[in-house]
Design a binder for this molecule. Sequence first.
Ligand code: GSH
Length: 200
Amino acid sequence: MKIHQTAPTPNCLRVSLFLAEAGMEVPRQEVNIRDGENLSPEFRRLSANGHVPVLELDDGEAICESLAICRYVDALNPTGLFGRSPLEQGRVEMWTRIVEFQGLVPAFQAFRNLSGVYADRERCVEAWGEESRKRLDEFLPRLEARLGESVYLAGDRFSVADITAWSLLAFMERVKFSMAHSYPNIERWRALVAARPAFR
Ligand SMILES: N[C@@H](CCC(=O)N[C@@H](CS)C(=O)NCC(=O)O)C(=O)O
């Protein structure tokens, strides 16, 4: 197996953290997405969505989509990070999707449309970038409220939903999207997650 990745990007980080939690070592191949290496015909043949991360299996089959890779890893080596009981599984899925659709996607859209870093491959719309940035700001109080009532996002146990939220906050820091307010519950949760061996 081999992972094609661009190490600091949030979806690659999500997979790396999941693998670390699962205690699995997988060789990595760095792809320079800023230089458009993922636009080459060879990469497009490998990755159904044209993006990193991609997990290439030994028989040549490839799985892209970060969460699909995590699911595959979990099926090989059960982690419990997708939840254990039916209720926990439902909650983990719910919070993962909430953070992804209401946090990560606006953050990506804001960054891409405001910075124009991928203007070689997509039409950038500044107004969409500004709106996405506002939506991201509007999401953070919801995250704060949830972490005020629950130790981890999906309940008392750490899960892939927390890995997703961590990746969002790491991305915000990396692209210098500062938070408009201080969020004590998010900070409490962040310190708890940062202490996990996989996150050190
Ligand atoms: N939904 C996909 C998104 C993958 C994605 O957006 N990857 C970004 C890096 S985080 C990428 O490859 N960007 C290059 C491009 O847009 O050309 C996943 O979860 O893996």
